[in-house]
Design a binder for this molecule. Structure first.
Ligand code: ZN
Length: 214
């Protein structure tokens, strides 16, 4: 099964999508429609005032909802309005919960790769850390892979970067896009000059290993 590991839209087949949600989505009709979810505290939708409530919501979802496959998206973003210290506190809470519940962490990051690498070295997490929507250059991808990160690519992927990522560290996602994950994966396979079936199988194995066979 080809899994869309990070999406904010439920496509026609909700059972192949990890629907990414946060506290603000709890009353959305998709919250009940979703088959698999990742629950997190997004740095864009966070303030000092609601941080404690968001952490409590996340803790309760992780304890009670068996559809949860990952914590996230969570992370650090230097271009958003949320004060950086508030982002750091919420991200630290997400890391703690990912470890406690033994769930992979799906990470949103903008211009914080150095901080992220330093944090990973400091924490030495037992759970996989997945950077979602990665669009960076191949050199950055190389150093993230050396630090043990997984990279999830969406429709705006950098072709040169895609070719440089070891296949076993690669995932695919649609994020905000309404496009089909199969079409994206076909395009990725063409970029890598690998047969679409082989490429798809590799991504299925990666997702199964990270989210189901644990
Ligand atoms: Zn997202």
């Amino acid at each position: 099964m080809l899994l869309d590991i990070h999406s904010h839209h439920l496509h026609e087949k909700p059972d192949t999508t990890i629907w990414s949600c946060s506290m603000k989505d709890r009353h959305s009709p998709d919250f009940s429609r979703a088959v698999w979810i990742s629950a997190g505290i997004h740095p864009w939708f966070l303030s000092d005032n609601d941080m404690e409530a968001q952490i409590k919501w996340l803790e309760s979802v992780l304890l009670s909802d068996r559809r949860v496959l990952a914590v996230g998206e969570a992370g650090l973003d230097k271009l958003c309005q949320t004060p950086f210290d508030v982002q750091q506190k919420a991200f630290n809470a997400s890391i703690r919960l990912s470890e406690k519940h033994r769930l992979p962490l799906i990470i949103h990051t903008v211009r914080c790769f150095n901080e992220l690498i330093a944090l990973k070295k400091e924490v030495c997490p037992s759970q996989p850390w997945i950077i979602h929507g990665f669009r960076g250059k191949k050199e950055l991808a190389g150093s993230l892979v050396r630090q043990g990160f997984y990279l999830s690519l969406g429709e705006k992927f950098n072709p040169e970067t895609l070719r440089a990522i070891p296949p076993e560290r690669l995932l695919a996602e649609t994020d905000e896009s309404h496009k089909d994950i199969s079409a994206l994966v076909r395009k990725m396979s063409e970029t890598c000059e690998v047969s679409p079936d082989m490429f798809r199988t590799r991504l299925c194995l990666n997702a199964r290993h990270l989210f189901f066979n644990r």
